[in-house]
Design a protein around this ligand. Structure first.
Ligand code: PLP
Length: 428
């Protein structure tokens, strides 16, 4: 009721949405930009939409979840043993399972006490960008990167600075740039490996150099390894924690990508720090304190985690990786066939690739956002404009899509580019 109660006039409501942190975070949000591309779609087009903007392979039949994992979740739910709240760090047996899972590939044992379960890897990012937000502190983030780091840092008032990934050096970290960017208030550097959005995988040698740089600067490395083992090129995946002796490493991970179940919302934060520096500096304590006042991952998924990690067979991963490798191959070859798009580095990991637009070959297209909006409208292909990642006139494309639809989407992109190509000047 507008003027129910006793007064005739509506009161001057005192609330309004004006959180400065939220305003700053919104500016970094990539979802809003991708939604704008979806808004451009022509609903009259009978062709299926080719969704090449955001990675969610679980939407396609060719990427189904591992049966032992779905069995484990069903059994955990049916058992009735996981209907309670879980401890702030997560169920003890699930933390132990993650510690054992990570330790298999490290030269030391990760303690279960150094593992905190989160509601997906995004929650792990939220927690890290919140606990590090001491007054004046700053973190170093990759460009191009995964935009949630900047959004979350902005929301918690943590200053962020971008260092470059170098396209002509297989998207390696510009380490000289990192050193130039850091100052006495820098607390951490974030890397993503295998990398979203560049599709690169860092060599052991490059990771060693990142660790040495972090040590020199006295900062921790936050290593986002949600795509761990999603490496299908010549370089194997090496966990950053291997260099935990050199500089403290916080490893972020989860089951969303490798197990193809992002909807299950289960991730983790692990201190892969054999010298116990993060513990001494009370970082782990702060992480658990933050977790205690934040959301919990669903208890029965936590309860199923030991079985999910132990029972999923290698064949499941190699099969999924085979499909993604084939899709990456299709993506790269199709992009190479489009004149106005250049792909500096063939993808060898994750589910994404960055490609550069050559606007000089296109007629009447102003920038990447304009390109993607028109492509959505005319061809029902949705691609993420690089602007959303700080890379104007680049495109971020996911290939974790049904291969047939991927091929079709990139064919349509090619005809779009041909239709809008600048007519070559002929000399008479
Ligand atoms: C998908 C993704 C995440 C988020 O993972 P969830 O477990 O689904 O929250 C975090 N980091 C990167 C780089 C990602 O691509």
């Amino acid at each position: 009721m507008e003027n129910g109660g006793n007064g005739n006039e509506a009161p001057a409501w005192r609330f309004g949405a004006a959180s400065p942190g939220l305003e700053a975070a919104r500016a970094q949000s990539i979802r809003a930009l991708v939604y704008r591309m979806y808004d451009c779609l022509d609903r009259g087009d009978a062709r299926p939409v080719a969704p090449l903007a955001h990675g969610d392979p679980a939407a396609f039949a060719c990427f189904s979840a591992a049966p032992p994992a779905t069995d484990a979740v069903a059994a955990a739910a049916a058992s009735g043993a996981h209907n309670t709240y879980a401890p702030a760090a997560g169920l003890a047996e699930a933390c132990s399972a993650v510690a054992a899972h990570l330790s298999r590939e490290l030269p030391y044992e990760v303690s279960p006490a150094d593992v905190v379960l989160t509601a997906g890897c995004n929650h792990a990012i939220e927690i890290m960008m919140s606990v590090l937000a001491s007054p004046g502190a700053n973190v170093l983030l990759p460009r191009p990167g995964y935009p949630l780091y900047a959004s979350r840092a902005a929301l918690s008032g943590l200053e962020f600075r971008h260092f470059d990934l170098l396209p002509d050096r297989e998207w390696e970290v510009d380490l000289a740039g990192v050193e130039a960017l850091a100052d006495e208030n820098t607390v951490a550097i974030v890397i993503v490996n295998p990398n979203n959005p560049c599709g690169c995988v860092y060599s052991r040698d490059h990771l060693a150099k990142i660790a040495a740089t972090a040590r020199k600067l006295g900062i921790m490395v936050i290593s986002d390894e949600v795509y761990d083992h999603f490496a299908f090129g010549s370089k194997p995946f090496v966990p950053m924690g291997v260099f935990g002796e050199v500089a403290p490493v916080v490893t972020l991970g989860g089951i969303s990508k490798r197990w193809m179940v992002p909807g299950w919302r289960l991730g983790w934060i692990a201190a892969t720090d054999p010298n116990g520096i993060l513990r001494k500096k009370k970082i782990m304590e702060s992480i658990i304190d933050y977790r205690a006042i934040s959301v919990d991952p669903v208890t029965f998924v936590q309860g199923a985690l030991p079985e999910i990690l132990a029972k999923t067979e290698e064949a499941f991963f190699s099969e999924a990786l085979g499909v993604v490798r084939q899709a990456a191959e299709i993506c790269y070859e199709k992009l190479r066939g489009i004149e106005c798009i250049a792909c500096p580095h063939k993808p060898e990991g994750s589910m994404f690739v960055m490609a550069k637009l050559d606007l000089s070959r296109l007629d009447g297209i102003e920038d990447d956002v304009h390109f993607c909006s028109m492509l959505a409208r005319e061809e029902s292909v949705v691609i993420c404009p690089g602007s959303g990642l700080g890379m104007k006139n680049w495109l971020r494309i996911t290939f974790a899509v049904d291969p047939q639809l991927l091929e079709d989407g990139l064919e349509r992109t090619k005809s779009f580019c041909q239709r809008h190509a600048k007519i070559k000047e002929t000399h008479s």
